[in-house]
Structures are given as structure tokens and as C-alpha cells.
Design a protein around this ligand. Structure first.
Ligand SMILES: [Zn+2]
Length: 411
């Protein structure tokens, strides 16, 4: 175990230098020179580990440990190598290094497996630069086209299409990054939790049961601007009065649902926004997530009904804009069960839990049996330079991944 920790530590420490903001977190945006350096390093590590390296038309990198029958669906493991701006040194990239360590361990055991084991380093999972997400894993599934690449631009007006060209990729060929249907049998991703549950409860391993679905709305409550001193309480159309009555219930509705359901009002805007003016308008966002889509839909319906009732009482109105709807993904119970047994055999403390954040597994898990392992994030912090995970956790995840892969590769 010590040796495994040492190799992972060395790899991840080395990768820390590939940031556009040295000393202030990891900034490794897609198609940047930092991304290129990280991919080059991953390629060197893959070759050193005895893997066959493939780089594709979408900027993904794969290392293949060949099995006896390459025509059988492979077992793939990995994560993304890009980061947000001023992000941490473990989000994504640690999953690539854990997958690589898994390949090293499989190779070292000397056995020839039936199937290929593939280490994946995906490009642009975060979607930070172009306001998108899952670019690389989506391309692997055949979901990216030249039109898609032309559509999205970064803050300097550079499209994915042009960024790919200057990076040395041909965006016209992005569809060639698709893997043949049925060629990937199983997908395994280790990721830092990015939340506080494991760290708070001192649990070493999270077995992720599913990735939550999500509804995102922007509501606008309409009122009427009036003098705060001269307009009697029963003659107002007060948008704050109405909105706050509804907003104050949303968190409780999520609590009532339990099983990890969360609802957040993260944005509010009061117009015109004067201390002595009755509010003419309130805009507020709602983000609802759960493994159970029915919970999300029910909370959304309750908000709608409450706003209808409260606005009707004073004779005002409201609008609803749906920003995003994502279906939840259930992860593979078969793989979870194998992982759970290994975890118990090693006497690692563990917990089954849902993922509240999206990952490459969200995209991949829609089509391919997928499982995720979480390791603790110190204080739950992520997408910040203070993001931290103790290295031995990654070694434990690599051990579990190896034992799971061994079984799947021999099926
Ligand atoms: Zn990530």
C-alpha cells in the first residue's frame, strides 16, 4: 500500500505544475498549453506502465492494457484532466492517476486478462471555458459534432472549433472520437467527494449509488412599486412579500423528502431595490436535486402552486423559466456489490451515498454500466486552491478498482 501511495503522490505532485495560475490553484483549461503539458505527462506515464497510447480527435487520451480478446467490450476507468479557474489539484486528475495505478497493479499481477483495460483522461469535463461540459466523454459516446464545436465560444469569442484548431486537432473529425457501440462494457471513476460527508464522519470510501437529477428554474414575481410610507398594507402588490412567503418553505419541502434531496435558492434580485419602495419585481433561482426525479417534480409543483396561490391573493402574477432539466443516473448495483465486498474485506470504512455533482460518469452512465468511488475532500472544499485529499485514500481507491477490474476483465 505504501508503494502505491508513493507512486500516486509523485504523479499528482508532478501534475501540480501544469497550471496557468502558479501559486493560486490549478487552472488547466481545455486546449491550453497547460492541458497539453498534462496530456504529454500522462502519455509518458502510460508508456512507462506498458500501455498502448491513443489520443483522439477530441483531445482525450487513452492507455490500453491489452487482453486476450480485444473484440470483447473493455473495462474502462478514468476521469478528466481539465480544471476550473483557480481550482484544486485533485478534482478529475486524481481519477486519471488512480486508473493508471489500477493498470499498473493489473499488469504487475502478471495475469493475462480476457478483456482490454483502458485508462481514460477526458478533456473538458468542467465546461468552464465554453460554458458547456462533458466535452471529451460526450465525444467518446458520439455526442459531439463540428456544429456543436462551432456553437460555443469562450469569453474572448474563441469557439471550441477554433480552439481545437490552434491546439492541433481537426474539429471536422471530432465525430471520429466516438467508440463503437458496445465496445465499452463497464466504466469506473474515482473522484474526490467535493462535499463534506465523508470527511465529517471520518469515512475512507464513498460508494456512489447514483448521480442526482436536477431541475433549475428562474422565477419572477411581479408586484407594483409604491411609496413605502403612504401605501396601506392591504393596498400593496408587494413582490417581496409574496416571493419570501414561498421561498421560506422551499428548504423545508426538501427536508421533508429526505433521501438526499436538496433545494437551493442561490440568487435573489429585488427591483427597483430601494429601502423606501415597495418591490415591483423579485427574481429568484431554484436548484432542486435528487436521485428520485419524483421528489424534484413534486417540489417544483409545490413552488408553482404556492406562487399561484400567493400572487392570486393580492392580484399579481409570476413567470417561470426552466433553465435545466437533467435525469438522474443510477450506478451499477452489480459493481457496487463487488466494491462493497472488497471494501469490507480490507476493513476500509465506507458509506453508500449519492453524488450531488455531475461527473463524466453522469454522461457515460446514461449508456454504459458505471460505478464511482468517492474519497474524502478535506472540509468538503473543492473548486478552490485549498482543495485537499490525503494521498493514502487514493491508494485505497486504486486497490478497490483493481479488484473490481480483475473480476470484470475475467468475465
Ligand atoms: Zn471533476
Amino acid at each position: 500500500m505504501e508503494q502505491i501511495t508513493q507512486r500516486i503522490t509523485q504523479n499528482l505532485e508532478h501534475l501540480k505544475q501544469y497550471t496557468a495560475t502558479p501559486g493560486n490553484g490549478c487552472t488547466r483549461l481545455p486546449f491550453s498549453k497547460e492541458a497539453r503539458s498534462a496530456v504529454n505527462y500522462l502519455r509518458d506515464l502510460m508508456i512507462e506502465a506498458g500501455l498502448r497510447v491513443k489520443e483522439d480527435e477530441a483531445g482525450n487520451i487513452f492507455g490500453v492494457l491489452d487482453g486476450e480478446d480485444p473484440s470483447l467490450p473493455c473495462v474502462m476507468s478514468g476521469s478528466h484532466y481539465d480544471s476550473v479557474v483557480h481550482g484544486g489539484d485533485y478534482d478529475g486528475i486524481a481519477g486519471v492517476i488512480v486508473a493508471l495505478e489500477t493498470a499498473r497493479l493489473l499488469k504487475k499481477c502478471g495475469q493475462k486478462f480476457k478483456r482490454n483495460f483502458v485508462v481514460a483522461g477526458f478533456n473538458d469535463e468542467e465546461g468552464m471555458r465554453f460554458g458547456t461540459g462533458y466535452f471529451g466523454s460526450g465525444a467518446m459516446l458520439g455526442l459531439r459534432t463540428p456544429e456543436y464545436c462551432r456553437k460555443f465560444r469562450d469569453k474572448d469569442g474563441i469557439s471550441i472549433y477554433d480552439a481545437m484548431k490552434s491546439y492541433g486537432l481537426d474539429p471536422e473529425k471530432v465525430e471520429k472520437a466516438k467508440w463503437k457501440d458496445g465496445s465499452i462494457g463497464h466504466f469506473i471513476e474515482t473522484h474526490i467527494e467535493q462535499g463534506p460527508v465523508l470527511d465529517t464522519h471520518n469515512i475512507e470510501i464513498g460508494l456512489v449509488t447514483g448521480i442526482v437529477g436536477l431541475h433549475r428554474y428562474m422565477f419572477t414575481v411581479h408586484g407594483r412599486a409604491d411609496h413605502a410610507g403612504t401605501t396601506p398594507m392591504d393596498m400593496r402588490l408587494d413582490a417581496v412579500d409574496v416571493a419570501s412567503k414561498v421561498i421560506s418553505k422551499i428548504a423545508d419541502w426538501a427536508r421533508e423528502k429526505g433521501d438526499g434531496t436538496v433545494a437551493t435558492v442561490g440568487y435573489m434580485n429585488v427591483l427597483p431595490g430601494g429601502i423606501n419602495i415597495v418591490a415591483e419585481k423579485v427574481e429568484f433561482s431554484v436548484d432542486i436535486r435528487s436521485l428520485n426525479m419524483a421528489n424534484i417534480e413534486d417540489i417544483a409543483a409545490k413552488i408553482q402552486a404556492a406562487l399561484t396561490e400567493e400572487t392570486a391573493k393580492i392580484g399579481s402574477t409570476f413567470d417561470k423559466e426552466t433553465k435545466l432539466v437533467i435525469q438522474p443516473v443510477a450506478l451499477s448495483e452489480k459493481m457496487l456489490t463487488i466494491l462493497e465486498k472488497s471494501t469490507q474485506a480490507h476493513q476500509f470504512s465506507y458509506k453508500r451515498l449519492p453524488s450531488g455533482a455531475g461527473h463524466d460518469s453522469l454522461e457515460i452512465g446514461q449508456k454504459i454500466p458505471t460505478v464511482m468511488i468517492f474519497v474524502p475532500s478535506k472540509d468538503g472544499r473543492s473548486h478552490t486552491p485549498v482543495e485537499h485529499t490525503d494521498y493514502p485514500y487514493f491508494a485505497k481507491a486504486a486497490m478497490l478498482q483493481k479488484e473490481l477490474a480483475e473480476q470484470l476483465l475475467s468475465e
